[in-house]
Design a protein around this ligand. Sequence first.
Ligand SMILES: [Fe+2]
Length: 338
Amino acid sequence: MATRQPDPGTYYDRIAERHVLPLWVDTKQFVPWEPSPLYAAALWKYDELRPLLIEAGEIVTPEEASRRVLVLQNPALSGFQGTTRSLYACLQLILPGEQAPDHRHTQSALRLVIEGEGAFTSVDGGRVKMVPGDFIITPSWAWHGHTHEGDTPMIWLDGLDNGLMAQLDTTFFEPGRPETSNCADPLVDAPAGFQNAEAPLDLPARLLRFPYDKARENLENFRKISDADPCQGYRMEYLNPVTGNAAMPTMTTGLMLLERGFGGQTYQCTDGLIFAVLEGAGETVIGEQKLAWKEHDVFVVPSWSPHFHNAATDSVLFCFSDRVVQQKLGVWREARGG
Ligand SMILES: [Fe+2]
């Protein structure tokens, strides 16, 4: 729009001195016509990261580090930590005999177990078993720590809503007190219900563990009774069985089964998607970029980016995003084809 600028230099200088910006000069910066994410599509190969994570085991202990974690930093984000703008994906290592001390924070966390056995995470004193493929929840402000009683390295993917909490300025953190730490306390077994993805009676809205064997069985049953979605294959979302809501308040979580030879149609949505490959191999094409993935790799599809998946073998992808937040705000969108 043409504007009259009788004294552009002095006018803009004078309002800038008062910390005021003219909306009309760059309207699209204030209100873009469609999402224009500041982060990029990216892939982290587990084959490359695993040795580096193991090396971190020689550099720092969980006591020194609080958590021995490598953040999957989006290459396009500068001056801001995160895998997307709202979420973190990280890889955490705990070695046999180690304990990561209790702490709590307002960020909610998910764990997706990648490899190892014999470790457990404690959530508010309840001991939660960790088996590869399991999806485990640490709710906001719950005390939590990790202990490894097995014989081989234990690695899992952490997903946290750090960026969202940072943008809302709602971050609090508290280190564990010695008397509540899992180093000092014998841990109680979680109620049996945890093992079956049923709600424990005393914590009806805080379901903590979704075992992978049961989720995988559900995916196979889904495949038997339904056709695949042309964009997303067989997609299932983790829900809290008591409330029927998303399993976590700030992160939508789910699994996608893509059958061998699947060639997906184009899909886009306003939530940036973080995928962790649980099984199989394939590729995801995002515009000009082709991300070739296999077991345990992690990749990101930015907000509103048209993309499609091709599967070379039967593949299972865990996916998490801030979709549930966008849906609560009434702003989430998706589109197919194109
Ligand atoms: Fe934590």
